[in-house]
Write a protein that binds this ligand. Structure first.
Ligand code: HEM
Ligand code: FPP
Length: 303
């Protein structure tokens, strides 16, 4: 262990290992995914049993955390090349690759097994598909191959509300696919805003993210256009009668703020806009799913 690493460990209170293992799971990303899964569960029919909610969320959390840990393993050399990720446990060699691989496998196997055993087979297989989609298809192949990496890979990240829905209902349908489509359309403005901000790091690491391959101006335009696509998709729950007026009003307010950020990115005059838009995108997604839920319970309320 290098002196720098020892100093870091001591600074962290001498026991960084559990914190490092947890950070491999990208806990804040998984937390937002779980909120989306929970909303999928609560919107599904029949009303979810406590068992389906508990084991469904636990299984999805473990599988998503496992997928994120695999992502750290596959990306360890690449992460070491970028300032944003260089201090990650594997990139900075605080944790061994073998331990991280074991951890990722354990979480993934337990997560999928829990879903199979306590939830249902459909949810287990769809979750396994998302896990492989993110950890292997996106991370090991697409990320290094094409600037469309995050668009195609976004399918895996968008799955959580659908997984929540199937955990409760045991079947697919247009409504859960629509919830998934919201996250799918949202992913490019979410990520490309950050990628504009971190363009030089991605370029140095030779990762073909859109701002590296097609330039900043083109990416800013894509953020703006995918922003509009997201707006259109978020209106669909109201259009198909899945949600009511409360949702429509709430989502219009959120969309207005979302598009102001995306407009600032598109104009390219404020260097702080991309990072601001990235952080707002997370609040926006939580807001859309929050208002979906509020509206759902308001519609159930007897008048
Ligand atoms: C292919 C799809 C996606 C890509 C490429 C992507 C990319 C990223 C990146 C690069 C970061 C910065 C991470 C860091 O600095 O540690 C980030 C942060 C974040 N993402 Fe995404 N993301 C995707 C999908 C999602 C999805 C589906 C969700 C939630 C449903 C999500 C929620 C978040 C959250 C909450 C953060 C902030 C994490 C923190 O505070 O550390 N992302 N995303
Ligand atoms: C089972 C299931 C629901 C799986 C979903 C797994 C999951 C945690 C997806 C997260 C998406 C994400 C943060 C991508 C960034 O990856 P990146 O490698 O491009 O970003 P980085 O450089 O920050 O690592």
């Amino acid at each position: 262990m290098s002196e720098g690493v020892t100093m870091r460990s001591l600074a962290a209170g001498g026991a960084p290992r559990w914190r490092d293992l947890l950070s491999l799971c990208k806990p804040r990303v998984v937390a937002v995914m779980l909120v989306c899964s929970l909303v999928g569960m609560l919107l599904a029919r029949p009303l979810p049993s406590p068992d389906a909610v508990f084991f469904g969320l636990l299984g999805i959390a473990l599988a998503a955390g496992g997928a994120a840990a695999f992502n750290h393993v596959v990306d360890r050399r690449l992460d070491a090349l970028m300032l944003r990720t260089a201090s990650r446990p594997l990139a900075s060699r605080r944790l061994s690759t073998t331990l991280a691989l074991g951890w990722a496998t354990l979480l993934s196997v337990v997560g999928i097994a829990l879903l199979l055993w306590r939830v249902n087979a459909l949810t287990a297989w769809l979750t396994l598909g998302s896990l492989i989609g993110y950890a292997l298809v996106y991370t090991a192949f697409l990320k290094r191959a094409t600037p469309q990496n995050i668009v195609i890979g976004g399918v895996a990240g968008a799955a959580p509300p659908l997984l929540g829905w199937t955990a409760v209902s045991g079947q697919l349908g247009p409504e859960p696919l629509l919830l998934m489509l919201i996250i799918f359309a949202w992913t490019p403005p979410h990520f490309w805003a950050l990628a504009i901000h971190k363009r030089d790091e991605y370029a140095r690491a030779e990762v073909p993210m859109l701002p590296v391959t097609h330039g900043e101006a083109f990416t800013r335009l894509q953020v703006w256009l995918y922003g509009w696509l997201t707006v259109a998709v978020t209106l669909l729950p109201f259009v198909i009668g899945m949600s009511g007026t409360l949702y429509l009003v709430g989502v219009m307010v959120l969309n207005a703020r979302f598009m102001v950020w995306n407009w600032r990115v598109w104009r390219g005059r404020d260097p702080k806009a991309p990072l601001g838009a990235f952080w707002f995108s997370i609040r926006y997604l939580l807001g859309v799913f929050g208002v979906l839920l509020l509206d759902h319970y308001a519609m159930l309320w007897p008048t």
